[in-house]
Design a protein around this ligand. Sequence first.
Ligand code: OAD
Length: 231
Amino acid sequence: MSKKQTLVILTGAGISAESGIPTFRDANGLWEGHDVHEVASPMGWYKNPALVLDFYNQRRQNVLSVKPNQAHYLLGKLEDYYDVYIITQNVDNLHELGGSRNVMHLHGELLKSRSSANPLLVYDQTTDIKIGDLCEKGSQLRPHIVWFGEDVPLIADAMELAASADIFAVIGTSMQVYPAANLINYVPHHSPKFYIDKNPAQLHIHDLVTIADVASTGVATWITDYLKIKL
Ligand code: OAD
């Protein structure tokens, strides 16, 4: 049997929108209702950790109450046909619940916490994090989230994955946040690139095939019309 092709998919908040998780930069997005520097930066954490914990506790509760949508499930199904690697900027667990086995969380995970003193001390976290909740070494726990101004520890692995793509797809991200948005530049020149988004006009990359649709039906169209797979 011939080796499967490598399909690498970069996802953002738009793929989880139909599941009921708000995006960041759309109308009514999270960054309209919150000051990003207050809740998603080391400075915000230093100034008011209780506010930051509260923000992510709400996000975690939201994630625990929602389910994957058709887009997540279809990406899970694609593993029958390709070696699929998902690089997600999302901090929810909907790709995993949708059946994807290789998921890299570039910006961290809501269902994990970590020591605020040692980034290597990471824990499963399904309940609220409170002031006074400590790591095994006695330091305050914080959300396992990459904040603005912090390094993205997995970016080198993500670049390597992008460079290995026979096919690359971008789904539901405004591509405004770096270094994630730069990953497309590591994809081999000859590999086809797709962009599935409700508003693809915002992105100007010349050799990109765009599908203007919400993720659930957009991913279905991509799979049947472009990958030529009958699911
Ligand atoms: P954004 O909110 O910036 O972009 C969401 C994208 O999803 C936009 O391109 C929308 O057009 C699209 N969209 C909205 N609803 C959709 C739907 N139902 N189907 C398909 N597309 C839809 O979110 P991201 O690009 O993911 O980082 O944001 C990147 C990073 O910025 C996030 O990971 C987060 C944020 O600040 C951190 O918090 C570290």
